[in-house]
Ligand binder design. Structure first.
Ligand SMILES: [Zn+2]
Length: 82
């Protein structure tokens, strides 16, 4: 899954480089890709809301950027959905 993601990103980068898309479109693609889910009491962040690591969460779930999840919340990637 992770390898496929990386390949797709590389492919997307080369396509963007060739077709020179307007920048708003590029930044939208970037921001939608880097949002993750965290439970306020958990230790990890999730790529999908439907991850079963989150299904058991009894506390508030927040949608934050991946940078924020790592930097401010000190989270690691969830082993189930990454
Ligand atoms: Zn997860």
């Amino acid at each position: 899954m992770r390898t496929i993601k990386t390949l797709l990103q590389l492919l997307m980068l080369s396509v963007v480089g060739q077709s020179r898309l307007p920048s708003p479109q590029r930044s939208h693609m970037f921001s939608s890709r880097s949002l993750v889910y965290i439970c306020v009491t958990g230790k990890v962040y999730h790529s999908t809301r439907s991850c079963h690591g989150l299904r058991n969460a009894k506390h508030e779930i927040r949608l934050v950027s991946e940078t924020e999840a790592v930097g401010e919340w000190k989270r690691r990637k969830c082993k189930v959905c990454y």
